[in-house]
Design a protein around this ligand. Sequence first.
Ligand code: ADP
Length: 370
Amino acid sequence: MNSLFLFSTIIDFPTNSPYNTNTMILSSQDTESIPDRLVTPEIEETEIDMDINLRPQTLFDFVGQEKIKEPLSISIEAAKGRNEAMEHVLLYGNPGLGKTTLASIIASEMGVKIKTTAGPALERVGDLAAILTNLGRGDILFIDEIHRMNKTIEEVLYSAMEDYALDLIVGKGPAARTLRMPLERFTLIGATTKMNLLSGPLRDRFGHVYHLEFYEPEDMEKIVHRNARLLEVTIEDEAANLIAGRARRTPRIANRLLKRVRDYAEVKHDGTISIEAATKALTMLLIDEHGLDEVDRKILKTIINAFKGGPVGLNTLAAATAEEMETIETIYEPYLIQIGMLERTPRGRKATARAQEHFNTIAQAQSALL
Ligand code: ADP
């Protein structure tokens, strides 16, 4: 392979990628694994426009995450003051908490361009090389799901991040030689939901590492109010509080619930999201006050009723609920554990006293209605 061939290969690659390199579009392969669930924190294909429209544009508009915002704004100001690219930034946290939003805010606050891609989209070195060589001084490359990048790409990224150069091997066998291509000083922003899957050498190359946490209830409420304003719908404080409380402390879920409640209020009421409209809509959508949906409740109820509260092995639980083991483990369990309703023990899964209480309250409310 000669260098000319190498360059033509580089230029061709990104168009074959399942991700558009400017705006990330999930490939069908990725979205197939996402269940059609109201309370899933992952983005659904139909929500890409909603996400973009409701995305805060400045750090000022970005609600909550105070521990991140101040150091971040200082780094942005300092880099701008020195007229330098910002150091590389790693953002980690659950889906839907604002990693992509923060990356685009950093770009707009720095006044630079941003290219967006994702770990699984970078299949060949040429994919990465084409993107990097097109970045201008100070521009940002955002790699979502950076833990899903393959090893070869990751190694090429090391010299790009550290020396602002691309080390490419040209040719094969004894004729092979290394070609070093200089790059503009750029900022890599990596996002990951699984910090433990990131290799040490990659993690060490980020100057800033920020952990996005689940949102505080008052911040969730602010987000619901803000987004209702953007959607031009009137919402009562109590209704905003209700939606915020059922959104699993995740802005993306709050946005989704807000839209569904708005539809309900428009069709069944006068369009205002009153507490009455919100309560009825969320009851219809089967989301309870802890943000649990039907499957969450089925899992907990099965442990409580069929296995006397547990412990019960994951495979037995999967068979009893007719859900896949992996789906229980990766999709449902984390939130149930986080809110203290489920415990993982060496002997299996256990429903906690809190879960028991929750179902007792539901049962009491139901019998009061009879
Ligand atoms: P992630 O990349 O972590 O999956 P996103 O950045 O795509 O999450 O955020 C999902 C949506 O949630 C955004 O479109 C935005 O509307 C909303 N959002 C996230 N964080 C905030 C925040 N701090 N303030 C207001 N809205 C937010």
